[in-house]
Ligand binder design. Structure first.
Ligand code: MF3
Ligand code: CO
Length: 249
């Protein structure tokens, strides 16, 4: 079932989204070679709590930390640890913030120092693919139109689209209906309506689209061929004429 949010719910989601944005800004200041991913987790955790919110990933289906930090070939759900960020890494930060029972979900990928031009383009084009998808959003549009825009942009730029992980509704739970895939035909799927809150989140790979788990833990998902992967995500509110980003400035 797809929820349409009330004015009151939207207000709470806006606050959760704003703190999500500010948490990303806080983490950004600390991303550099030598920093341990668990230090980023602590910075985020403390910042979220200080702002009367909760880190919604913590204990979500048993997830042990407050944010996800996924490096290079890690697509999503990298668990913060003693691992240090290195020059030439690409680092994806994915985090959820809850306020009075309402959540926000947003991800960004950072480049640390210098990387190959093709990796730089992967990161830049994954962000642009998100905005391509967003540009289709308004009340009355089908989800397939958003999905197809993301997929076309990715393929036109020589990138592959992860299919097993998709965008989703967001609200009283991090993951609600509907699914928002990053691929598929235009003109299909459910109709977006004013008042829906959804997360759109392309995960694009430089190599093949295939992903797998490792034997490292039950969480981290990597590209099967070891190629780098980037991830950008915003939680948005669907409006009559477009959308409002809840996890932006
Ligand atoms: N943004 C992540 C997702 O949509 C949130 C996962 S919470 C975690 O999958 F606990 F799985 F990390
Ligand atoms: Co998400």
């Amino acid at each position: 079932m797809i929820n349409i949010k009330s004015e009151r719910e939207i207000k709470l989601m806006k606050y959760a989204g704003h703190i999500n944005y500010l948490t990303h800004e806080e983490i950004k200041k600390h991303i550099r070679p030598g920093v341990r991913t668990e230090q980023l987790d602590k910075i985020a955790h403390d910042f979220i709590i200080k702002n009367d919110c909760v880190p919604s990933c913590l204990n979500y289906e048993g997830y042990p930390k407050s944010i996800c930090v996924s490096i290079n070939d890690e697509v999503v759900h990298g668990i913060p640890s003693k691992r240090k960020i290195k020059e030439h890494d690409i680092v994806s930060i994915d985090l959820c913030v809850g306020y009075k029972g309402y959540h926000s979900d947003s991800a960004r990928t950072y480049i640390v120092g210098k990387v190959d031009k093709e990796v730089e383009d992967l990161v830049e084009n994954t962000k642009k693919a998100l905005y391509e998808g967003l540009s289709k959003v308004k009340s009355g549009v089908k989800i397939g139109d958003v999905s197809h825009a993301i997929e076309s942009y990715a393929h036109n730029h020589g990138l592959s689209v992860v299919e097993e992980l998709v965008g989703h509704g967001v609200g009283t739970s991090i993951h609600e209906d509907p699914d928002v895939p990053n691929f598929g035909p235009a003109g299909k799927g459910q109709v977006l309506k004013e008042g829906m809150t959804i997360a759109i989140e392309p995960m694009l790979n430089l190599g093949s689209k295939e992903i797998c788990m490792t034997d490292q833990d039950d969480w981290v998902i990597v590209t099967e061929d070891g190629s780098p992967s980037a991830h950008f995500e915003h939680t948005i509110l669907v409006t009559k004429d477009g959308y409002e980003i809840l996890t932006g400035e």
